[in-house]
Design a protein around this ligand. Structure first.
Ligand code: NDP
Length: 334
C-alpha cells in the first residue's frame, strides 16, 4: 500500500520535505469494514489548513498521518453487509492506494448515472458548497449582480452558473487569460483576470449597478476590489480565503478593519461564514436532485484537471493552491 503522509508542518507554501512517501502491507477488513482500492483522490484547499496545527473547525492532521482527502474507490474486499467486490464508492481514504473504511462512511456511486469523478467535484462537496452557500446565504434575486473569484474552480464555476440559472447577472474573476476565456464559455456576463493591472477599476466598470452578492472564495486583493462595489444590503457568503492559506504574516499597510466595519454598518452588509456540512441535513438531497438535472441537461458545465499518479499529488496540490489547476483538481491513483 503506497501512501503519502505528513512529514512535517509547512511554513508558508508546502514543499516536498513536508510529504513522506512510504509503502506498507495492504490491510485486511474486520467485520463491518470494507477494503478499498483508491481510483481518484480529490485535492482540496482545506487540506492546507489541516497541515497546520492552528485551531480550526476540524482537527489538524498529526505529523505521520496519511494526508486526508475525499476519494472515489473500488471495493476489493468486503466484510460489511451491503457492499460487494467491484462496487464503486465515495469515501475518505486520503492519499494512499488502499484504505479500510467502516461501511457507514461510504456512499455508493452509480457509474451509469454520471462519471464517478463528478462525486468529487460538481456533484460532490465543492458543488454542494456552491449550491448551499449561494442559495441559503447569498439568495440571489432575478436581475441582481453576483460576483465570484476562483471562478473556474469547482466551487466558483458552480456558483456562477447556478446564479445565472436564478436570473442573476454574473461576474467571474480568475487568474490568467486562459481562465478568463473559460469563464466566457461558462456563460459569465463579465470575466476579469485578477492578475492584470487595475482590478478595482475593471471591476467597477463590469458592475455598473454594483454587486448584490459576492461569494467569497479568495480574500486578499480581490476582496479589496469588491468591497467598494457592494450595494446596500449585499450578501457575502464567506466560503474560503484561498489568497491567505499559505500566508505567514499579515499583509503590509494600514489597518483597514475600521473601514471594513464602517462599510458593513453603512451599507447594511451581511457577511456570513459557513462550512458546507452545516447545510448537509437540510439541502443535500435538493442539491443532488437539482445539480444532477443541470449537469445532465448541460445547464451546468464542469471541468476536471486530472494528474496521473499518486506520487504527483504533492506537486499538484501545491500548484492548485497557487491557481495552477484548470477545473477540479483530481489525482488518478489506479
Ligand atoms: P479551486 O480549484 O478554485 O482552487 C483554488 C483557487 O484559488 C486557485 O485555483 C486560484 O484560482 C485561486 N487563488 C489562489 N490564490 C489566489 C489569490 N491570491 N487571489 C485570487 N485567487 C486565488 O478550489 P475550490 O473550488 O475547491 O475551492 C474554492 C474555495 O472554496 C477555497 O477557498 C476553499 O477553501 C473554499 N471551500 C470552502 C468550503 C466550505 O465549506 N466553506 C468547502 C469547499 C471549498 P485562480 O487561478 O483563478 O486565481
Amino acid at each position: 500500500n503506497r501512501r503519502i503522509r505528513l512529514a512535517s508542518r509547512p511554513h508558508g507554501e508546502p514543499t516536498a520535505e513536508n510529504f513522506l512517501h512510504d509503502t506498507v502491507e495492504v490491510p485486511s477488513p474486520v467485520p463491518g469494514q470494507v477494503l478499498l482500492r483508491t481510483r481518484y483522490v480529490s485535492l482540496d484547499p482545506y487540506v492546507r489548513g489541516r497541515m497546520s496545527d492552528a485551531k480550526s473547525y476540524a482537527a489538524p492532521m498529526e505529523v505521520g498521518d496519511v494526508i486526508v482527502g475525499g476519494t472515489v474507490s473500488e471495493v476489493v474486499d468486503s466484510a460489511a453487509e451491503g457492499f460487494s467486490v467491484g462496487d464503486t464508492v465515495l469515501s475518505y481514504g486520503g492519499w494512499q492506494e488502499y484504505s479500510l473504511e467502516p461501511a457507514e462512511r461510504l456512499r455508493r456511486l452509480d457509474p451509469s448515472v454520471a462519471p464517478v469523478t463528478t462525486a468529487l467535484g460538481v456533484l460532490g462537496m465543492p458543488g454542494f458548497t456552491a449550491y448551499a452557500g449561494l442559495l441559503a446565504i447569498g439568495k440571489p434575486q432575478r436581475g441582481e449582480t453576483v460576483a465570484v473569484a476562483a471562478a473556474t474552480g469547482p466551487v466558483g464555476s458552480a456558483v456562477g452558473q447556478i446564479a445565472a440559472l436564478h436570473g442573476a447577472r454574473t461576474i467571474g474573476i480568475a487568474g490568467g487569460e486562459a481562465k478568463v476565456a473559460r469563464l466566457r464559455e461558462l456563460g459569465f456576463d463579465a470575466a476579469l483576470d485578477h492578475r492584470a493591472p487595475d482590478l478595482p477599476g475593471r471591476l467597477a466598470a463590469a458592475a455598473p449597478d454594483g454587486i448584490d452578492v459576492y461569494f467569497e472564495n479568495v480574500g486578499g486583493a480581490v476582496w479589496d476590489a469588491v468591497l467598494p462595489q457592494l450595494n446596500e444590503f449585499a450578501r457575502v457568503p464567506v466560503c474560503g480565503l484561498a489568497a491567505n492559506y499559505n500566508a505567514t504574516s499579515l499583509p503590509e499597510g494600514p489597518d483597514r478593519s475600521g473601514q471594513l466595519m464602517g462599510a458593513v454598518l453603512s451599507k447594511s452588509l451581511t457577511l456570513r461564514g459557513f462550512i458546507q456540512r452545516e447545510f448537509f441535513p437540510t439541502l443535500f438531497e435538493d442539491f443532488l436532485r437539482d445539480m444532477s438535472g443541470w449537469v445532465t441537461s448541460g445547464q451546468v458545465q464542469h471541468t476536471e484537471d486530472i494528474t496521473e499518479g499518486l506520487e504527483r499529488a504533492p506537486e499538484a496540490f501545491v500548484a492548485m493552491l497557487r491557481g495552477g489547476n484548470f477545473g477540479k483538481a483530481i489525482v488518478r491513483v489506479s
